[in-house]
Design a protein. Structure first.
Length: 164
């Protein structure tokens, strides 16, 4: 066990953990942040997606020891949190689009899907269908992929308009 410090949703947090422990378990078991979900444990499904320095990453295979000096953003991030306001706005805009087009069915995969979509929009503010399909590799057992794509287009438009 080691004392580790990372930036989580704009705040510095300390935790005692093995540096090789996956970030997913640090978030869920040590920090009680259960919005990030466990799905497969092998980085295939995307239920555990978080943003690391604004880029979508699968937390089930990401050792917490690799995050020194890096910023981690989870689905629990709010607009009023300190840190990168554009990142938080992207998450919020995706959440709103998800509601508007009724993306979730069971909802289990949605926190990871929202984070993957926010990561895409931070790197590509105007993704076409090909970019969405190539980037969003999260698995949704309910099969709401068409609504996910529609939600991403709606969120992209809203984010571009808010940047003007």
């Amino acid at each position: 066990m080691q004392s580790l410090e990372l930036e989580l949703n704009g705040r510095r947090v300390g935790v005692r953990a093995d540096p090789g422990m996956p970030l997913l378990w640090v978030l869920r078991d040590l920090l009680s942040m259960t919005g990030t979900k466990y799905g497969c444990g092998i980085s295939a499904c995307g239920a555990c997606t978080v943003l690391v320095d604004g880029e979508a990453q699968r937390s089930c295979v990401l050792p917490v020891g690799a995050l020194a000096g890096r910023s981690v953003t989870t689905i629990e991030a709010r607009l009023e949190d300190p840190g990168d306001p554009r990142r938080y706005r992207a998450i919020d805009v995706v959440r709103q689009a998800w509601i508007q087009v009724q993306v979730p069915q069971c909802g289990y995969c949605q926190s990871g899907m929202v984070m993957a979509a926010a990561g895409l929009l931070l790197s590509n503010p105007s993704p076409d269908d090909h970019a969405i399909d190539a980037t969003i590799s999260n698995i949704c057992r309910c099969g709401t992929y068409q609504r996910v794509r529609q939600g991403i287009h709606l969120a992209a438009q809203a984010l571009r308009e808010s940047d003007r």
